[in-house]
Design a protein around this ligand. Sequence first.
Ligand SMILES: CC(C)(COP(=O)(O)OP(=O)(O)OC[C@H]1O[C@@H](n2cnc3c(N)ncnc32)[C@H](O)[C@@H]1OP(=O)(O)O)[C@@H](O)C(=O)NCCC(=O)NCCS
Length: 331
Amino acid sequence: MSMIERVKEKARADRKTIVFPEGIEERTIQAAAELVKEKLVDPVLLGKPEEIRGEAKRLGVDLTGIRIEDPADSDRFRTYADSLYELRKAKGVTPEKAEELTLDPMYYGIMMVKMGDADGLVSGAVHTTGDMLRPALQIIRTKPGMKIVSSSFLMDCPDKSLGEDGLLVYADCVVMPSPTEEELAYIAVAAADTARTLCGIEEPRVAMLSFSTKGSAKHESVSKMQRAVEIAHKIAPDLLLDGEMQFDAALVPEIGASKAKGSPVAGRANVLIFPDLQAGNIGYKITQRIGGAECFAVLQGLQKPCNDLSRGCSVEDIVNTAAMTAVQAQS
Ligand SMILES: CC(C)(COP(=O)(O)OP(=O)(O)OC[C@H]1O[C@@H](n2cnc3c(N)ncnc32)[C@H](O)[C@@H]1OP(=O)(O)O)[C@@H](O)C(=O)NCCC(=O)NCCS
């Protein structure tokens, strides 16, 4: 069974409510119907009911089992606007601004998750990553003990000798453009958690990547990865984590054994931490396009799960992301 099939089975076993702020969007409506059909999550579409129904009719989609909620006509509006004001008044948000924001389906959806009226949120078919991330960061905030929000890409590779039966977790490929060494350490700890929760990897083995292995090259960027390793060991002393190391030393047993002798991770890593967003984003696309891996993106470190789609996403991508969000909400 593939990783995503296992995720779907878990989602089905304990159904969660997932809100979609882009409720009027064509692929989102189709995905909501598919989620109901496959009994994966209970979807809530945000928007004007008559517009959503009109669009569903045009698409030939049956909306049975899908809840539709209009922020402007909701009995939760007042509570959300007041709470949003309380949460953000120190940052200059006035009661009027809070009302204006609550009318925005993105903020309304985030407030539903914050207030426990939904278990998670999925958006991004229309909005940019930043459009969703900013309110999520401002309102939902990070989990206790986690300093930052970042992302993992779950890479399901055709070569099953890699990582954990072909599964590799890459981080961070979406959020933090230039992480500090402390932020890299938190990204590593969060990615190991994602490996456990979503990939069912019982023993995450985390490699901190570089162009150097165990001091083979000297450069400030190498020293930064070495310091990140030290910090990660302090944050999560029981986690199998090592570095700095090159990509091949992390993945290929013979190279790991010769370049990083005695490392508990080298040659058998299943979680790979890239030094910055440029490397991570390029790395996952190479693995996907040249390596033929299927890839699935999730945000990690938020108190409650919110996930971003690519604007070029398919209906299937939305269904998969909703199932992953539900599984994150279960834990
Ligand atoms: C994540 C991102 C949207 C944050 O944007 P930003 O301009 O730094 O946002 P702000 O500085 O206004 O921060 C908003 C709030 O989130 C917090 N925050 C920012 N980044 C955070 C992070 N990674 N984790 C936790 N909190 C964070 C800030 O502290 C701030 O909180 P406050 O308003 O309570 O003080 C930005 O880093 C970004 O655009 N990243 C790249 C995303 C991207 O384009 N990826 C493309 C790859 S597909």
